[in-house]
Ligand binder design. Sequence first.
Ligand SMILES: O=P(O)(O)OC[C@H]1O[C@@H](O)[C@H](O)[C@@H](O)[C@@H]1O
Length: 320
Amino acid sequence: MVDRANRPSALSAPGASDPEAQVDIVGSGSSSKVIATLPSGESVEVLLFGATVTSWKSNGGKTENLWLSEKAVLDGSKAVRGGVPVVFPVFGPPPKEGHATSALPQHGFARTSRWEFLGKSTSEGTADSNSIKLDFGLYTKGLSEEARKAWPLDFGLVYSVTLSKDSLQTVVNVRNEGETSFEFQFLLHTYLKIQDISKIAINGLGAVEYVDKVLDATTHKQSDSSITVTGEVDRVYKSIPQDTTSVVEDGKPRFDVVRDNLQDTVLWNPWIEKAKAMADFSPDDAYKQMVCVEVGAVQGWQKLEKGEVFEGGQTIKSLL
Ligand SMILES: O=P(O)(O)OC[C@H]1O[C@@H](O)[C@H](O)[C@@H](O)[C@@H]1O
């Protein structure tokens, strides 16, 4: 099924002669996805399941920037292995007991819930055919019974995905819609697609403290300002002063990941054994073609009182 989403939003103001970005809703049920394409060929695909961005092509549509496993499950029965899964309201395994998130699965429910497509908009007051924003919503009433039971709190999430010529912006807005306060963590689990892990360097995390989940789960300080990945890495960099984490490939800038109101970043690559052990990670040696740079608020908890809102996200620039 292909259904052109032509619902004009309040922000849409394309001039009559401007070529418009195209937005299509493809598929049905849990495998429905929204595809937006700019007149210049760049595109983004967002699965309603998890509001997971599964593809982002820049460079006139010629360069795929996100890694997606060949065995990623895209029918809504499992979190997607690749793209940009949304982690909320808990990062990693929840605290064993005594916290409101304790009964939730690893990384929470946002990545395994079906979101609503709220509509599209272009830049305010301009006929900017070089940018399109897609909004997705997830509310308490949209959760599975299981998730609602495990986290019985009233919330509203609006996730905005903005495609521009050379960048992708993904921002979440969390609102407490209940009578009591709640705490949450949030992270964008972005799988960046690279050519060869042995040729990349990650810059912008120098002198930052991190928890090394592979080594000993204790805090270390990043001594080299340029990080290379030569084995399994699973590190939570916290309270990062600089906004941008850069990925350089073969000596050339490849991605800038710019955080907005988020202080932490997880660096993850499963390497050989862990990649093999994941049934949905394929091919086995694809760990060489991906690196996760995951921006988030995952140290401690964000607290929202009744009616309060939190907003945070990232802009990824493709520098090819
Ligand atoms: O297999 P999952 O649940 O998608 O998680 C993948 C990885 O996600 C990362 O964010 C975590 O730091 C890792 O510890 C974890 O292994």
